[in-house]
Design a protein around this ligand. Structure first.
Ligand code: AMP
Ligand code: FE
Ligand code: FE
Ligand code: ZN
Length: 290
């Protein structure tokens, strides 16, 4: 059993890179992929520890991208995973991530100002203390909860932070095609994260959007995920076969912020990613034209 999708305290998870390595060993994982949002800091910290403890660790990333779909208003937010199983990404990719992190910091300043306009007492420093290098909206949500402005994380998004909510402010997010291209150029394989969120299982829209993403350079698809039913996974496997996409899978473990999701086994044991998935990911890398 392996798990190719997890988050540490370097993005919006609550488990440190070192503790995540120990959790993976306890869960008897054969390999662990760390896929923090917009940062490799969690992987970089975990790497020497994993090596010392004999855990196979895979370098990954999760990027929030924007995709324009013909005939649909605005640009949809699409999460894209990237995997660099052998030597990590090329240096240009790391510099590009630093640019994305800078645009987040700028957004966070504006988001805190916007929330103050809405009557919330909030200092960015208090939120940043929760988020290390990569403070995101999930940290703002935790802060709103801790201060008693909302009763749940979901309420924080619904009332303040969601794209449709009054507190929302834009940040620079790469286009889907650009992000997929950068992952490929950096020597990696891109994979559509939790595809169940793409079109909410709509039987007409989903295949259409997946085809468009493939045309924009998508290389893989996350067939196995804690949010997927067996029917979902079977459908995503179908797209993988149809378009020759690489199959990936993982729990999307975040620690205490998603307490129902476990490393390796997902939700109530609904996940089991076979080792062969990683072998095929590696095999696919050999065929990628750079
Ligand atoms: P950021 O990258 O800082 O803009 O934050 C995006 C993250 O916030 C996503 O990866 C989700 O984990 C979370 N998120 C975004 N919208 C919602 C929502 N409506 N409900 C719950 N979580 C959300
Ligand atoms: Fe997250
Ligand atoms: Fe995601
Ligand atoms: Zn994730």
């Amino acid at each position: 059993m392996i798990d190719l999708h997890s988050h540490t305290t370097e993005s919006d998870g609550t488990v440190s890179p070192a503790d995540l390595v120990e959790s993976a060993l306890r869960a008897r994982l054969e390999a662990l992929g760390i896929t923090d949002h917009d940062t490799l800091a969690g992987y970089d910290q975990a790497q020497p520890l994993a090596e010392a403890r004999g855990l196979e660790l895979i370098c990954g990333i999760e990027l929030s991208t924007k995709a324009a779909f013909d005939g649909r208003p605005g640009r949809a937010s699409v999460h894209l995973l990237g995997y660099f199983p052998d030597s990590g990404p090329a240096p240009e990719f790391r510099s590009w991530l630093l640019e994305l992190q800078e645009s987040r910091r700028d957004r966070n300043v504006r988001l805190a100002m916007r929330l103050r306009e809405l009557g919330i007492e909030i200092q960015l420093e208090e939120v940043s203390a929760l988020g290390h290098n990569l403070t995101g909206r999930p940290h703002f949500a935790r802060h709103l909860l801790a201060k008693g402005y909302v009763k749940t994380i979901q309420e924080a998004f619904d009332r303040y932070l969601d794209e449709s909510a009054p507190g929302y402010v834009e940040r620079m997010e790469p286009g889907f095609a650009e992000a997929a291209g950068r992952i490929r150029q950096a020597g990696g394989i891109s994979s559509l994260a939790h595809p169940v969120r793409l079109a909410g299982r709509d039987p007409v829209l989903e295949p259409r959007l997946i085809r468009i993403l493939v045309e924009m350079g998508l290389a893989g698809i996350e067939v196995y995920h804690s949010d997927h039913s067996p029917e979902d996974a079977a459908r995503y496997l179908g797209y993988a076969r149809e378009y020759g996409l690489v199959v990936t899978g993982g729990s999307d473990f975040h620690g205490e912020v998603k307490p129902e999701t476990f490393l390796g086994t997902g939700r109530r044991g609904n996940l089991r990613v076979p080792r062969g998935v990683l072998d095929e990911l590696r095999a696919a890398l050999c065929h990628v034209r750079r």
